[in-house]
Design a protein around this ligand. Structure first.
Ligand code: GDP
Ligand code: GDP
Length: 436
C-alpha cells in the first residue's frame, strides 16, 4: 500500500523544519544506535485523523551553494516530483517576497494540490494580515504557528482532503514487493536487468510513472513479484538527483513500499561507510533484508573467499545478523538463480505468524533452560507471550515488571524464537508488557 506523500516547500527560515517536527512528533524515535545513520530527518511518517502519510522537508536537501532563487526552484521541483500534496510555507511576518512569487509560479504550473501555510502567526491579532496571501492563487491561506503549535489542525484537514478516498491499494497480499538499495555503481540497474532477462522470469508489464520509482511486475514459478526500481529514476539527469540526501530520500521511499529490501554490496571495492548507512535505514524500517554481494565475478570465487567475505559483512553489520547473504554477478549471471528463492524465504519469514500455544512451549522451554534474571532482589517472571503483529513479526511478552526484562534477556528470547521458527531474513520485535 502506498501512503500519500506531502512535501513542505518554502524559503529558508520560514519554519519548515519546525513544522516538520511538529507534524511528525515523536513517533519516529531512533531506538538503536546504528553507526552512520544521520539524525537529521527529511523524510518521516506523520498522522492526522485516520490518515498516515509521509512528510518531506525539502529544506533538508542541500543542493550546494546556489543562489536563493535557484535553490528555491530545485526545492519546488523536488516537491512536485515526489509529493501528492505540497505545503507552501511562508513567513507571515514578512509578507510575499520575490522568491515566494517564483516558487508560486512553479507550483501553480504543476497542477499539484498546494496548501498555503502562513507561519509565525503566533497570536490571534496577527490573523488579519493573512488576506494578502490570497493573491498567490492557491485559495485559503492557513495561519499557523510552528513554534506554538497553533492552527495546524485546520491546515492538516485541508491537506488530507486531497488524499485519495481509499489509500492506494496495491495488488494482492501474495505479491512480494522488493527494492534494491545501495550506493551508486554497486550494480542495482544491472541486477534488475539481469533478473528481468532470466529465462524463468515472466515480465508482465512495466509501469513507469514520472514521479515514482519504476515498478515492474514479474512472475517466477507462479509467484508474483514487483520490483520497485529506484535506480532507473536517476537517469533523468536533474541537478538534485546527484545529491546524497536526495538518493537517501528515494531509497527511503522505496523501502517504505517494500516487503523485502536487497542491500547491495560491491565485492570488487568491499564494504564502505555509505553501505552501512544505507543498510541502517532498511533495518530501522523493519523490512525483510537480503544482503547481495554483487560483482562476485571479480573475486576469486571459492568457498573460502565467500566465507571470508561473509565474516567481514557480519562484523560490519552486526545488527543485520538475521539477513541472509547471496553472492552473485549481475554481469555474468553467475549464481543469479539463487536470489529469487532467498527473497521468497525472507518475505515468508516477514509475514510468518506463530500460534500462541506453540510460541509459549518454546518460551517456557527457554526459561527452564536459562532462568530469568533477578535485579535488585526482584526476579523477572514471564507469564506468557503472544505474537501481536507481522511485517515484521512482533511479540508481546507479559511479565511481572517490564523494567526487569533487560536487553540481554530479550536477546536470549529472540535467539530461542529464531532457533525454533527460523525467521530468516526478517527483524523481529519483542516488547515486555506488564501483567500481574
Ligand atoms: P526552515 O529554515 O524553514 O526549516 O526554518 P526553521 O524551522 O529552522 O525556523 C527558522 C526560525 O524560525 C527558527 O528560529 C524558529 O524557531 C523560528 N520559528 C519557526 N516557527 C515559528 C513560529 O511559528 N513563530 C515564530 N515566532 N518563530 C518561528
Ligand atoms: P547502479 O548505479 O547501482 O545502478 O549500478 P549499475 O548497474 O549502473 O552498474 C555500475 C557499473 O558496475 C557498470 O559499469 C556495470 O557494468 C558494473 N557492474 C554491475 N554489475 C556487475 C557485476 O556483477 N560484475 C562486474 N564486474 N561489473 C558489474
Amino acid at each position: 500500500m502506498r501512503k500519500s506523500v506531502v512535501a513542505i516547500v518554502g524559503r529558508p527560515n520560514v519554519g519548515k523544519s519546525t513544522i516538520f517536527n511538529r507534524l511528525v512528533g515523536e513517533r519516529i524515535s531512533i531506538v538503536e544506535d546504528i553507526p552512520g545513520v544521520t539524525r537529521d530527518r527529511i523524510y518521516a511518517q506523520a498522522e492526522w485523523l485516520h490518515h498516515t502519510f509521509n512528510l518531506i522537508d525539502t529544506g533538508g536537501i542541500e543542493i550546494g551553494d546556489e543562489p536563493l532563487l535557484v535553490k528555491m526552484r530545485h526545492q519546488a521541483e523536488i516537491a512536485i516530483d515526489e509529493a501528492d500534496v505540497i505545503i507552501f510555507l511562508l513567513n507571515g511576518k514578512e509578507g510575499i517576497t520575490a522568491a515566494d512569487e517564483e516558487v508560486a509560479k512553479l507550483l501553480f504550473k504543476s497542477n499539484k494540490p498546494v496548501v498555503l501555510g502562513i507561519n509565525k502567526i503566533d497570536n490571534p491579532e496577527m490573523r488579519d494580515t493573512i488576506y494578502e496571501y490570497y493573491s498567490l492563487g492557491f485559495g485559503e491561506p492557513f495561519p499557523v504557528s510552528g513554534s506554538h503549535g497553533l492552527g495546524l489542525g485546520d491546515m492538516l484537514d485541508q491537506i488530507v482532503s486531497y488524499f485519495p478516498q481509499k489509500e492506494m491499494e496495491e495488488d494482492d497480499e501474495d505479491t512480494i514487493h522488493f527494492s534494491l538499495i545501495g550506493r551508486p555503481n554497486v550494480g542495482k540497474s544491472s541486477l534488475v536487468n539481469a533478473l528481468l532477462n532470466e529465462e524463468r522470469v515472466i515480465v508482465s508489464d512495466i509501469e513507469g510513472t514520472t514521479r515514482d520509482a519504476i515498478d515492474t511486475n514479474l512472475t517466477v514459478d507462479s509467484q508474483d513479484f514487483v520490483i520497485i526500481d529506484t535506480a532507473g529514476m536517476r537517469k533523468r539527469g536533474k541537478v538534485y538527483e546527484a545529491t546524497e540526501k536526495y538518493s537517501v530520500l528515494r531509497a527511503l521511499k522505496a523501502i517504505e513500499r517494500s516487503d523485502v529490501v536487497l542491500v547491495l554490496i560491491d565485492a570488487e571495492t568491499g564494504i564502505i561507510e555509505q553501505d552501512k548507512k544505507i543498510a541502517g535505514y532498511a533495518h530501522q524500517a523493519g523490512r525483510a533484508i537480503v544482503i547481495v554481494v554483487n560483482k562476485w565475478d571479480t573475486v576469486e570465487s571459492d568457498e573460502k573467499a565467500m566465507k571470508n567475505f561473509e565474516e567481514k559483512i557480519r562484523a560490519h553489520f552486526q545488527y543485520l545478523d538475521y539477513a541472509p547473504i547471496v553472492f552473485l554477478s549481475a554481469k555474468t549471471k553467475k549464481r543469479l538463480h539463487t536470489l529469487i528463492p532467498v527473497i521468497k524465504l525472507a518475505s515468508e519469514s516477514h509475514a510468518n505468524r506463530i500460534q500462541t500455544n506453540v510460541l509459549n512451549d518454546v518460551i517456557m522451554d527457554a526459561i527452564a533452560m536459562n532462568p530469568t534474571p533477578t535485579i535488585k532482589g526482584k526476579r523477572l517472571k514471564v507469564l506468557y507471550a503472544t505474537q501481536v503483529a507481522v511485517k515484521p513479526p512482533s511479540f508481546a511478552v507479559f511479565v511481572n515488571d517490564p523494567e526487569l526484562m533487560h536487553f540481554s534477556y530479550k536477546r536470549f528470547l529472540e535467539n530461542k524464537i529464531r532457533d525454533a521458527f527460523g525467521f530468516i531474513g526478517t527483524p523481529i520485535k519483542i516488547f515486555a508488557r506488564r501483567r500481574q
